[in-house]
Design a protein around this ligand. Structure first.
Ligand code: SF4
Length: 366
């Protein structure tokens, strides 16, 4: 293994299982010493996951692009008056899931805009119908921002929303809507959205209800490297309390067609600094996920050496990153497996609870 010199003190902590500090995280996230960052992150990743690289064969459904908010980084949301605004019927969603399940998809991810005319009963019916048609499909759906919106619309508690959706078939909650927790940066890019505190509190309630969730971080816009570390530290503290996060999912900002289109895309250096720092700092998150549609293909190969153990889903029908100009071409199931093998890793198909799909018996991979 690469000799660690600049970060020898941090690597001693890592090897001894001593938790890194916020100051350590700040040193890591601004370092250009990618060789040492990658070596340390890969050491931790391999200790936890060996040669496994996880992925999901999944369908993405964005049930509506109509949204009452207008976050500055978002190229997906429309108003009801826009010509390309849409809201899918439950029939159409059920049809899409059934077709995908016939092609071997085991998981559906459902997120959408905040549509004031869609009642909680629409979401309950959606989940119930999917589970009836395709009982083996795991449904990961509705960000904390959406759960909060349904609660306010129905004038009920978010706990009740989570409970009713769980009864209808909800299998887990995705990590979207976290954006960046820094109040300063949040005010600049998505002022009307729920606060960082509310987002974290809703995830705690999701975990209390017996469901797992993920956590994203949108980076590469107006935030500072220190605010990225602050975001990770808030997640780590929350995870210490509730323990229900499975994956940390950094999302590189895609500026096209947004109000922040003047900003440049992130560099590969920044992407790798974020991934390696996350793997080293977030010692209580089992998985670090790099979604293939947020970086280019060659960086995915490198990311798998920088702490990433999960490439996310095949994501049929993904529209949110595409709307913001993501040029990632997308992968079929076979292409994703080939990519992972080309990195001399072992592809392991899982659902978002990290239950292996194609093994003799179902094995938890956390
Ligand atoms: S990011 Fe989500 S909440 Fe914000 S405008 Fe887009 S769809 Fe609406």
């Amino acid at each position: 293994m690469q000799t660690i010199r600049e970060f020898a003190d941090i690597f001693e902590k890592v090897k001894a299982g001593v938790r890194l500090s916020e100051a350590d995280g700040r040193r890591l996230i601004t370092s250009k010493n990618l060789v040492e960052l990658g070596a340390m992150a890969d050491f931790v990743k391999k200790k936890r996951h060996g040669r496994n690289a996880y992925f999901t064969h999944s369908l993405n459904v964005n049930h509506t692009n109509i949204c009452v908010l207008a976050c500055k980084f978002c190229a997906f949301a429309k108003t009801k008056k826009d010509a390309d605004a849409y809201a899918l019927t439950v029939d159409e969603i059920e049809r899409r899931v059934r077709v995908a399940a016939e092609h071997g998809v085991w998981e559906v991810h459902i997120v959408g805009g905040l549509h004031a005319d869609l009642k909680l009963s629409y979401y309950e019916e959606m989940l119930t119908r999917i589970k009836k048609s395709c009982p083996g499909v795991l449904i990961q759906a509705f960000t904390a921002v959406e759960l909060d919106f349904y609660a306010r619309l129905e004038k009920i508690s978010v706990e009740e929303v989570i409970g009713r959706l769980k009864n209808a078939g909800l299998g887990g909650v995705p990590g979207g809507g976290a954006e960046i927790f820094s109040e300063r940066a949040r005010e600049l890019i998505c002022a009307p959205k729920i606060s960082a505190r509310r987002w974290l509190d809703i995830h705690k309630k999701v975990h209390e209800a017996g469901l797992h969730s993920n956590a994203t971080m949108l980076y590469g816009h107006v935030e500072t490297p220190e605010e990225r570390v602050d975001h990770m530290m808030r997640l780590r503290r929350t995870q210490d309390e509730s323990g229900g996060f499975l994956a940390f999912v950094p999302l590189a900002f895609q500026p096209d067609h947004t109000e922040l289109s003047h900003l440049a895309r992130t560099s590969g250096v920044t992407d790798l600094q974020v991934l390696a720092t996350a793997r080293l700092l977030l010692d209580n998150f089992p998985h670090i996920r790099q979604l293939w549609n947020y970086v280019d293909e060659k960086l995915i190969h490198v990311a798998l050496e920088f702490g990433v153990d999960d490439l996310g889903g095949t994501n049929f029908d993904e529209t949110i990153a595409k709307a913001a100009g993501s040029e990632a071409k997308g992968f079929t199931y076979d292409e994703l497996v080939t990519l992972i093998r080309a990195c001399r890793l072992e592809p392991v198909e899982v659902n978002s609870t990290y239950t292996a799909i194609q093994k003799e018996c179902l094995v938890a991979c956390a």
